[in-house]
Design a protein around this ligand. Structure first.
Ligand code: PEP
Ligand code: MG
Length: 568
């Protein structure tokens, strides 16, 4: 049936395919299920638990061998839920009460899912789906419900939530798109979509409810538009766009090994922002010249205690090794406020973006900060590593962080663990205070990296995640441009490099202004690298300087934007 919906596009690109409802309707099986004696029901549960546990471990291994490491890790986590004795005890006691094993399994899983849903941290809330997924899988085995046969055609997966095992069961490349009713941008389905470049739309509640299995679906991850039962014309429009994207991707991938140099020979480093380990594959694919921002938060999430020094060391070493002689800039933990973790015990705050977060937490928590610094220092023996500190407003914070670095070095020496003494330490300039005081900070820092995402939100007083005021969030605002220029000027005066690792760096037109200001490095999501590179290779510095000069004559960010769109 022809219908139109909209949601929030979280990964770009067009998806065309037959809808695959992510959930089998278990109700009809449950209604006809006839339980046997209580002891038999318990036996069925034990049999199903061990069957599902070994299936999940085997499948996880298979996925890992196939290079689908994230899905592998998810299924392994599911296997652990299945093997957890608490889960089994809970199910057995529910069988004592109801006598029905599949219902007992579903109720136990639902109980655990609910407990997670009540957690404050969005990441943990998003994990509720894992418990439901596991519960349904065990119940399916008891009920004898066969696995879905998805054939070979491209599918658009849709559901309110999508169980990770559903995604894991489908071949890489067969998922043409993902539509989620839930709004979470950190759901597993979204993480996988981002890693694999699958178009994804979240918060599409009506679509997730209304789309029928096998229905033809068009979706656009850029606009959030979803069309079911399209007309021939609509399909043609989407097919044309998909073809164009495919061609564009080929074109951009072909730029991989070309240098990022302007027509008149000024070069700039184009590096990748990474968060999860598999992002490194994309960094390589798109020709990143290093990692300009390694967001280390993922190491702290999805767990109930701090990651150890060794766990962090392994992750940093892995990335540093892959980068070889290209620089890896590790950003120390930026958690707190808007994304609290239960074990950090951060009370709920009125203004989390202005609250207890990032370096503010690290400086108070030696148990957290020292292991991270030691791990990063140790990784420097395996590649070229630098470290930067987020959310700085005072010189004293940077100096205090450096004292921790000295302490970390003393501990490493005492423990006979190696590190390189020439690791550089930088300031992430992402608050207006740091931007205004760049001249002072530059005396102490080895480098600057401009965090434009936060710098824009704090300068303009526009919450970066509030869709209602998204039209006000503009990195061309003259106030932002002036601050950015001030930061780069200060870096030049003191002879330290200045880079940018916020989204502004991935905007090719902004990149031209930044070049004219004297930026040394631009770091961004890997797929943007060739797009920026193409622009860099097309421009001359005298042209860029004229554009910058003119940009500074406007009084409004929208005018600057329009002007650049007209020129470039
Ligand atoms: C930034 O603020 O620009 C940045 C790169 O850091 P994050 O997006 O992680 O806050
Ligand atoms: Mg930031």
């Amino acid at each position: 049936m022809k219908q139109r919906f909209t949601g929030l596009g979280v990964t770009t690109g067009v998806g065309i395919g037959k809808a695959l409802r992510a959930q089998v309707d278990l109700d009809k099986y449950l209604k006809t299920y006839i339980p046997s004696f209580v002891e038999d029901e318990k036996e069925k549960v034990d049999k199903a638990l061990s069957e599902v546990e070994s299936f999940l471990f085997d499948k996880a291994e298979e996925l890992r061998a196939d290079g689908r490491t994230e899905q592998g890790a998810i299924l392994e986590a599911h296997a652990m839920i299945v093997g957890d004795p608490v889960m089994r005890e809970n199910v057995l006691s529910k069988i004592d009460a109801t006598g029905n094993s599949p219902r007992a399994v579903l109720a136990a899983a639902e109980e655990q899912a609910k407990a997670f849903e009540e957690m404050e941290d969005e990441y943990f809330r998003a994990r509720a789906v894992d418990f439901r997924d596991v519960g349904r899988r065990i119940a399916r085995v008891i009920l004898g419900v066969p696995d879905r046969d998805v054939g070979d055609e491209p599918v658009i997966l849709c559901g309110y939530e999508i169980e990770p095992s559903v995604i894991a069961n489908i071949k890489t490349g067969q998922i043409a798109g993902i539509i989620l009713g839930a709004g979470s941008t950190t759901a597993h389905a979204v993480i996988i979509a981002k890693a694999q470049g699958i178009p994804a739309i979240v918060g599409a509640v009506d679509a997730a409810r209304a789309i029928l299995d096998e229905e033809e679906v068009l979706m656009d991850g850029d606009t959030g538009e979803i069309i079911t039962g399209p007309t021939t014309e609509e399909r043609a429009v989407y097919e044309k766009k998909a073809k164009k994207e495919e061609k564009q991707k080929e074109h951009y991938l072909a730029l991989k090994d070309l240098p990022a140099v302007t027509e008149d020979g000024r070069s700039v480093i184009l590096a990748a922002n990474i968060g999860i380990p598999s992002d490194m594959d994309f960094a390589e694919e798109y020709g990143a010249e290093g990692v300009g921002l390694f967001r280390t938060e993922f190491l702290f999430m999805g767990r109930d205690e701090l990651p150890t020094e060794d766990e962090q060391f392994e992750a940093y070493k892995n990335v540093a090794e892959k980068n070889g002689d290209k620089l890896t800039i590790i950003r120390t933990m930026d958690i707190g406020g808007d994304k609290p973790l239960s074990y950090l015990e951060i009370p709920k705050e009125e203004n989390p973006f202005l609250g207890y977060r990032a370096l503010r937490v690290s400086l108070k928590r030696k148990d957290l900060f020292l292991p991270q610094l030691k791990a990063a220092l140790r990784a420097s023996c395996y590649g070229k590593v630098a470290v930067m500190f987020p959310m700085i407003i005072n010189v004293s914070e940077f100096l205090k962080a450096k004292e921790f670095v000295d302490e970390a070095k003393v501990e490493l020496q005492a423990e006979h663990k190696d590190y390189n003494n020439d690791v550089q330490f930088g300031v992430m300039v992402e608050t207006p205070a740091a931007a205004m005081m760049a001249d002072s900070l530059a005396k102490y820092a080895d480098f600057f990296s401009i965090g434009s995402n936060d710098l824009v939100q704090y300068t303009l007083a526009v919450d970066r995640s509030n869709a209602e005021i998204a039209h006000l969030y503009n990195h061309y605002h003259p106030a932002v441009l002036r601050l950015v220029q001030n930061i780069i000027k200060a870096a030049k005066t003191h002879g330290i490099p200045a880079g940018m690792c916020g989204e502004m760096a991935s905007d090719p037109r902004a990149a031209v202004l930044l070049l004219a200001m004297g930026i040394d490095e631009l770091s961004m999501g890997a797929p943007s690298i060739p797009i920026v590179k193409e622009q860099v290779r097309r421009v001359r510095m005298d042209e860029a300087k004229v554009l910058l000069e003119k940009a500074f004559t406007f009084e409004d960010g929208e005018e600057v934007k329009r002007y650049l769109e007209g020129q470039l």
